[in-house]
Design a protein around this ligand. Sequence first.
Ligand SMILES: Cc1cc2nc3c(=O)[nH]c(=O)nc-3n(C[C@H](O)[C@H](O)[C@H](O)COP(=O)(O)OP(=O)(O)OC[C@H]3O[C@@H](n4cnc5c(N)ncnc54)[C@H](O)[C@@H]3O)c2cc1C
Length: 340
Amino acid sequence: MSHKTIAIIGAGIAGALLARQLADAGIQVEVFEKSRGTGGRLASTRLGDHSVDLGAPYLEAHSPEFKLWLEQQVSQQHLHHWQPKRSDFQRQARPEQRYYVGNNRLSALTRQWLSQGPIQLHTQVRVGRVTRYESGVYLYDDTEQPLGIFDLAVIATPAPQAIPLLTEIPAWQQLAHEITPDICWLHALQFADENHAEHRPSGLAVDLIEGHHPILQRAIRNSSKPGCEGPESWVLHARSDWSEQYVDADKEWIAEQLQQAFFELIGNKPETSHSRTHRWLYSLNGTVNLDQPYLLAQEQGIAVCGDWLLNQQQEHQLQGYSASWLSALSLAKQLIQASK
Ligand SMILES: Cc1cc2nc3c(=O)[nH]c(=O)nc-3n(C[C@H](O)[C@H](O)[C@H](O)COP(=O)(O)OP(=O)(O)OC[C@H]3O[C@@H](n4cnc5c(N)ncnc54)[C@H](O)[C@@H]3O)c2cc1C
């Protein structure tokens, strides 16, 4: 069966990479994204004049194949190496490790893929319904306005957000119900120190702190990433169990708790110029194991890709963005073959 027009719902790494692959193969693609920007859980935000990564803070090579792809992105200057000084929360040094970061922000990656044409990107459009009729797959927004008729609709969203879009295939809805995503409260802050690029108001010599802590999962000095100039900035990720316990707490209270934990860690309380607190209801998904890392029902014209779909034969345990990457590339390969 050949797919002539494909709708992709979600412009995170999975949806954007899939769109790029399909467009490069000459397939007509339209992408629908409910947010203002692309990147999904690789999102960024502004603190003053500078961007900080608000989702995953970096990419890590979870498998040799993923590493090869990451290095290709580096050679094309879409990603950069980042080798932060690391320690645990008890200040014990950890061995240096190589990570991958974007041009200023990770979401630059999805933006780049989607801006290279000929992809139609619709932002601030939340798809509310996907329905199969004889003439094709119909998409409607959340006010029941029609968005178009397609040969195939690919749902590239976290599992809970896929559930309302999968009414045509109850067995897949059931699969999505099996997923329990982690919650993550996060606080990003920038210190007031415009004039001294080298000066570090935190007094910390390390750039990435991970390990055991009652509240924090990790703390990342965003301003130490290559290309990130400006005052010192940190992003604090709360532990998932703590985030779950305080899922409905007041944002201001969360901000206070995370800042206080960080100030206790650094033994100092420098002046903060900008900050932002964000709650991710779906940070890292659990996964379901399948024969291939995506779902595709040719007859219904519906497919699913993303980080919650894993191939059980996979040698390396992928998760998060590497699972989304493999899911999108595998589905793209299948759809491109089918279109020939
Ligand atoms: C704070 C944080 C830390 C993380 N740390 C790590 C880590 O260390 N290691 C790791 O492997 N992974 C990590 N992750 C997870 C990783 O970022 C994700 O697994 C990956 O980015 C998911 O990509 P995706 O494209 O599959 O989904 P998403 O990025 O979630 O993209 C889905 C997109 O679909 C859009 N959407 C949803 N519903 C609709 C709708 N109805 N209509 C239109 N658009 C819709 C959303 O707005 C979103 O942009 C982290 C995530 C967060 C938030």
